[in-house]
Design a protein around this ligand. Structure first.
Ligand SMILES: [Fe+2]
Length: 359
């Protein structure tokens, strides 16, 4: 007897029950059309999206690979199978390393040491340096960042500019961060290019809001502070090397005369190419280059728009003829380009009168 494919009896026998469910648990209804079985999903049924879809896709891919390897082994193609397994392993390990290390966006705490005969006594003076935060948050309300800084027990917290985004009205992130960090240690703030209009344009609110809270905002001026018996003169320069003759020369001439430990916050490392190249500064602190975005072995930072490829001072401590500078790699991307091998940096600088120090 001929049974039409659309007959309910036929469908029941195939599927095991009247709801059209397979024993395997995948529910769907079968209908015959144009000589083929068609699978018809109910609305919203059987579809997976997002990570689940990726996991499912990966599962299917793994299953196919295992089946292919099994078939290859049965046919005696050992060498081919081993080669492919090694290649697959290489790809998986490569993707893992790329994701876990090279593209990691986790905060990295870096430690640096500076020896100076100007430091009196045996105590460390510990600075924590933040730069180029660009309104970013590490944890809700920056709790991760604040907790991390607090655990480092700094004597001073230095903000080296670009903590906000130019022409963004949102000042909540930086103000909240300063409120919390002022409970940990004094905060010294030098402006970056992104603070330009928030600091210098008429009626700009940021500078006064920071100062009201007790942040030491340094724009072409310096303040004295004594830490563990050592007098420090902490200065801050307006940002760009362009115009230094007008805004910086007078201040730096006066600043250089001091015999205190001179710590200068100047956002642009480019100032040390020329304008500050012959200035005696015990420790200059900069940012701006975001570590050159891609960190290369030996060559260091790859690129910054201001200076092109391989910027001279892209991240770390540099000894210049008359000064030492530290250039922070910053904490945020730049112009949407990802950071590679260049995790956001929270830098710790221990300054003391010992040539070597233990961590
Ligand atoms: Fe920046």
């Amino acid at each position: 007897m001929c049974i039409p494919y659309s007959c309910p009896l036929f469908v029941q026998r195939l599927h095991g029950d009247e709801n059209g469910s397979f024993v395997s648990g995948t529910p769907y209804r079968m209908e015959m059309g144009a000589g083929m079985w068609k699978r018809e999903k109910k609305p919203g049924e059987g579809y997976v999206t997002g990570w689940k879809a990726k996991e499912k896709g990966f599962e299917v891919w793994c299953r196919k690979m295992i089946v292919a390897a099994y078939k290859g082994i049965r046919r005696g193609h050992w060498k081919k199978v081993v080669k492919r397994v090694l290649l697959a392993l290489f790809v998986v390990v490569g993707v893992f390393i790329l994701g876990r290390y090279l593209l990691s966006d986790e905060l990295e705490v870096t430690f640096h040491h500076l020896y100076s005969p100007k430091i009196l006594g045996t105590d460390n003076t510990r600075l924590v340096v933040l730069s180029d935060l660009h309104n970013r948050e590490f944890g809700t309300d920056n709790t991760t960042l604040i907790r991390q800084i607090s655990s480092l027990e700094p004597d001073l917290i230095i903000m080296a500019g670009d903590m906000v985004n130019a022409y963004e009205d949102d000042l909540d992130v930086i103000l909240h961060l300063c409120d919390e960090l002022l409970k940990v240690a004094p905060v010294y703030y030098g402006p970056g290019n992104h603070e330009n209009h928030l600091f210098y344009e008429k009626g700009s609110p940021l500078e006064s809001l920071l100062m009201e809270r007790g942040v030491h905002v340094l724009v072409n001026r310096a303040e004295e502070v004594t830490i563990h018996k050592t007098p420090f003169l902490i200065g801050g320069l307006t940002t760009a090397p362009e115009g230094f003759e007008e805004y910086g020369v007078e201040f730096i001439e006066e600043y250089e005369k001091s015999s205190d430990f001179k710590l200068l916050i100047a956002h642009y490392p480019g100032l040390y190419y020329d304008a500050l190249a012959d200035t005696e500064i015990d420790l200059g602190i900069c940012g701006h280059y975001h570590g050159g975005l891609v960190r290369l072995p030996i060559l260091e930072g790859l690129y910054h728009g201001d200076v092109g490829f391989l910027p001279k001072y892209s991240g770390g401590m540099y000894s210049l003829p008359r000064s030492t500078i530290f250039v922070s790699r910053g904490m945020e991307d730049h112009s949407g380009f990802p950071r590679v091998n260049n995790r956001p940096e929270l830098a710790v600088i221990d300054i003391n009168g010992r040539q070597e120090t233990e961590r």
